[in-house]
Design a protein around this ligand. Structure first.
Ligand code: SF4
Length: 357
């Protein structure tokens, strides 16, 4: 097991099981996450015997290597990582004037199968371990001199379908003695696994983003099959009660697809659905990607949709599409996996996975 697979409480229990004081866990974490230690021998404030026990029981290596790095015209960087078993994932670094946002993956592929997303076409291959979620951040942080300020769980996979490892990683990201990122700077995006949203809210206060993409069940069933299991009414209800950090609001993501969900009627229905909820809506013009059967909406249509939502008192923003030319934008991550033929074969796996969640 890798030391980074253990969240702060688990690492503490681990050191106590060796007869050491709990604070030793924070000392180890400082070596790993702040000083980039690559061996337990470097941890000179621990006894020799304890270092040797750690060495026998835990790994400390990086769980991935960079297989490819692509830089977009707009400065966005997409990393293709190869994992220990040859599987691949992607992460995207998005520099802005005031922030550096890293978009990370939580699964190889995804079981949810949203029809507008390339990752969904791969199907779910496997969950990432907590160490593999954390290593995306640690690897990029080491390679780039600019500090990562914000983290979004919006890469490959449904974070809440890999709940335990996502939570472990979140605890390590936010613990002051570990990585120490502010929970206000971290956003977890979900397609709407309602029981897991509740569970996440009970465990941690973090920004939550719900991938909505349709104003009614009929259309959402079509675009996001998960909606058949967790319909909109229940999803909105659970979202209302999610404990986002102070002075933060819930986010809804809405991918606008030409002629599918971008009409004035859709905007009005959405306005009514979200009226009264303290939230913001990110409107994301669809990013075209072969073989997805959809198109980007016209700029005027996007602006019209935004105007209608604003008329309902909703804070609606149009999200800039970053990294489109390197297939690094929202819905375009496929890590070089085939995305055309695999759909049918994966469907059975996907249905099975959803029954488990
Ligand atoms: S949008 Fe997210 S949840 Fe849906 S298929 Fe893509 S990665 Fe999975």
């Amino acid at each position: 097991m890798n030391a980074k697979d253990l969240c702060p409480e688990e690492l503490e229990q681990f050191v106590v099981s060796f007869g050491e004081k709990p604070y030793r866990a924070s000392q180890i974490a400082k070596w790993i996450y702040r000083d980039n230690a690559i061996s337990f021998a470097q941890m000179t404030n621990l006894s020799k015997e304890f270092r040797s026990s750690l060495d026998k029981n835990l790994l400390l290596n990086s769980t991935m290597s960079v297989a490819e790095e692509k830089i977009s015209r707009d400065g966005t960087i997409k990393f293709l990582f190869e994992l220990f078993d040859g599987k691949r994932i992607e992460s995207v670094l998005i520099p802005d004037k005031t922030r550096m946002t890293l978009c990370i993956s939580t699964q190889v592929g995804c079981a949810i199968g949203c029809t507008f997303c390339l990752t969904g076409r791969i199907g779910k291959i496997r969950n990432l371990r907590a160490s593999e979620i954390l290593d995306q951040y640690l690897m990029v942080n080491k390679r780039d001199t600019r500090r990562i300020t914000n983290l979004v769980f919006m890469g490959m996979g449904e974070p809440l379908d890999n709940f335990d490892n996502t939570l472990r990683a979140l605890k390590t990201f936010t613990n002051k003695d570990y990585i120490g990122l502010s929970p206000k700077k971290i956003t977890v995006s979900t397609s709407g696994l309602i029981p897991r949203i509740r569970e996440l809210g009970n465990q941690i206060s973090i920004n939550l983003s719900i991938s909505l993409n349709a104003p009614d069940d009929e259309l959402r069933n079509e675009l996001m099959p998960i909606n058949r299991r967790y319909p909109l009414k229940d999803l909105i209800e659970v979202s209302r009660n999610f404990p986002v950090p102070k002075r933060k609001s819930l986010t809804f993501e809405y991918v606008l697809i030409k002629g599918v969900n971008d009409s004035s009627d859709d905007a009005r229905t959405l306005g009514k659905l979200l009226r009264g909820i303290r939230c913001k809506v990110n409107l994301i013009p669809f990013n075209e990607a072969n073989p997805l059967p959809y198109h980007t909406p016209d700029t005027e249509q996007v602006a019209n949709f935004q105007r209608i939502l604003i008329s309902y008192g909703i804070n609606a923003r149009i999200r800039k599409n970053r990294g489109r030319d390197i297939m690094g934008a929202c819905g375009q991550l496929a890590a070089n996996y085939p995305t055309s033929e695999v759909m049918k074969g994966r469907k059975k796996i996907r249905d099975h996975e959803l029954r488990q969640s």
